[in-house]
Write a protein that binds this ligand. Sequence first.
Ligand SMILES: C[S@@+](CC[C@H](N)C(=O)[O-])C[C@H]1O[C@@H](n2cnc3c(N)ncnc32)[C@H](O)[C@@H]1O
Length: 338
Amino acid sequence: MKVIFELSKEYNLLPADEVIYSIKGEEENYYIIEKNEDVVIVDIDERKIKRLAERIALSFFLDKFLFVCKSDLEDIKKVCKEIDVSLEKGNSFRVRCNNRIKNKDISSLEVERTVGEIFAERYKVDLKKPDFEIRVILSDNKAYAGLKLFEIDRKSFEKRKAQYRPFFSPISLHPKLARALVNISEVTENKTLLDPFCGTGGILIEAALIKAKIIGSDINGKMVEGCKKNLEYYGITNYRLFQCDIGEVSRYVNEVDAIVTDFPYGRSTSVGGENIDTLYKRGAKAICEVLKKGGKAVVGLPNEDALGILDSHLEREVVYSCRVHRSLTRYFGVYRKN
Ligand SMILES: C[S@@+](CC[C@H](N)C(=O)[O-])C[C@H]1O[C@@H](n2cnc3c(N)ncnc32)[C@H](O)[C@@H]1O
């Protein structure tokens, strides 16, 4: 089935890549029809769509593809009149428009009204509880239309923010960002993800919720205890947690399919008096040793230069700069062990 993923605008390039790598983690057979900052359109096995809707964080909706045309009201009208929409679930509908045009010369309301009038000749309008929703996404030069399949449960990520967990520390990433990074790592059900600087467990929680097996470790015993509390608060009981230095994670060798981690910041977290560069170098070596061949590591560091420490060990694929809050930007390097 051809599916449109309506992307959020958070964290630059991350939303589109999150979709692609989530699919890659779940399914070998897929075809990318279009990828830009507004939408990803892919042809994928219908049975995988629900699972993708449950794991993705940085999209709003997944729609069954209907058509693409120029971002122009007359063109939209013309195509709507010509297409044959088969409705499987009933015959009432509504239209919603997601308008992403920067200088808005078409209004969402205008699009909803125009498309609504055309389909009203064939189906019944129900704005409150329709059997199906036609979605139109307006980008600067194209309009995409689809039938809504799933809405991403974005509120669930807000509810898991660090301040709502039993053990709190401000070092934790937003759950949406943590989930997107887990998805970028291509980990999936029953594969093993390691976070060797697990802190309060923000990354481990998101990985466990998509049914990955999780291993966490941290040098600070208080963090390990707190992380355990946080995991159990979300009903996660299948985990392995250890208090240990990064240098000792080689004990999991041959087990780790993916690593997602946020290295110590060197300012707000304790690094036990160690020089931060030395710690980063040890961390890079340990990560490379423990990761399985073919596996991916997604590593957060304070700047692009620092990411270079992993280059001699692993192949760097891409870097995402992510504004964590007003005074903190983190750089997440994505590496593959070849
Ligand atoms: C940026 S925090 C990770 C935050 C985590 N993602 C979370 O959700 O809370 C970095 C963690 O690295 C740990 N750490 C510092 N030095 C370490 C070392 N040598 N070995 C292992 N962990 C270390 C700190 O205790 C801290 O919890």
